[in-house]
Write a new protein. Structure first.
Length: 301
């Protein structure tokens, strides 16, 4: 039996774990072949005091557009373009995101059963960190093609154009996304009624599942990328959406707990905070391969 194959299109950092660096290792551990296309390449993520690499000026945007076109064409000509899954994350330019639309269509022509998992990385905590023009491309062109979408609560609000503060508002926003296209909507994190919670909704069985998460006193970069990769894996490995969410969150929370524990032991005052909270992915190998049963999900009425 051949292994499932993922094409992952998102950011790359030389040092640290965000984007493709956050997604590749967990997917491989869980039995997936992973090919990557980098939407941007940096020395480290932008939370550090200095980052170097690709700067998104006009020339770079044009270069990116040509590169993704050429890379995919190379895969096509060598008959390497059969994938079971496509995963997309951070994309910082409209021209690149437009090209992703064509990539999705091309890959679905080759494999009509391909599952497209879209992590619409646009912002968090009320702040957008991509150009405003990407919002409409996601709404009108990307989301209708996605089978699974994994926004955080702020990205959910961007996609539907409404604030989400209550369960009823969340339900409506998720249903609005279902009507556009995705069969599965997974909200990686939302603060509802003072509790940090993940939600999953499906059109196949009309279920909405929730899982409350303990909130650690620090923030992490790359955790949303990890959530999307783990959720992709577990929705393939499980035919039960509740178990898929539980496995995703339990692995993710174990990684974050290990990262927080390490953060507390680092006594070097000169070390940048961003370095202290880089995800402990390698150290969490066993947690990723065998998720704990610490958190249990429940079905919403």
């Amino acid at each position: 039996m051949s292994s499932p194959r993922v094409l992952s299109i998102q950011s790359h950092v030389v040092s640290g774990y965000v984007g493709n660096k956050s997604a590749t290792f967990p997917l491989q551990l869980l039995g997936f072949e992973v090919d990557v296309i980098n939407s941007v390449q940096l020395s480290n993520h932008t939370g550090y005091k200095v980052f170097k690499g690709q700067v998104l000026n006009d020339n770079d945007l044009n270069f990116n557009y040509v590169v993704i076109e050429q890379l995919v064409d190379g895969l096509v000509q060598n008959d390497l373009d059969y994938y079971t899954h496509l995963l997309t994350g951070y994309i910082g330019s409209a021209s690149f995101l437009k090209q992703v639309v064509e990539v999705v269509k091309k890959l679905k022509e080759k494999n009509p059963q391909l599952i497209y998992v879209c992590d619409p990385v646009m912002g968090d905590d009320g702040r957008m960190y991509v150009p405003e023009e990407l919002k409409e491309i996601y709404q009108k062109e990307i989301v209708p093609l996605a089978n699974i979408i994994t926004p955080n609560s702020f990205e959910l609000e961007i996609l539907v154009g409404n604030k989400v503060n209550t369960i009823s508002e969340l339900r409506k926003a998720i249903n609005d996304l279902h009507e556009i296209g995705p069969q599965i909507v997974a909200i990686s994190s939302a603060e509802i009624n003072g509790k940090l919670t993940s939600f999953v909704s499906t059109t196949t069985d009309h279920k909405m599942i929730k899982l409350e998460i303990s909130k650690l006193p620090i923030s992490f970069t790359g955790s949303g990328d990890l959530f999307a990769a783990l959720f992709l894996a577990h929705t393939y490995l499980q035919d039960n959406i509740k178990i898929a969410l539980e496995n995703t969150i339990n692995s993710l929370e174990d990684v974050l707990s290990k990262t927080y524990e390490r953060f507390q032991t680092i006594k070097d005052d000169n070390a940048q905070r961003a370095k202290k909270v880089e995800l402990c992915l390698i150290q969490s190998k066993k947690c990723i391969e065998n998720p704990s049963q610490r958190y249990q999900a429940t079905e919403l009425n």
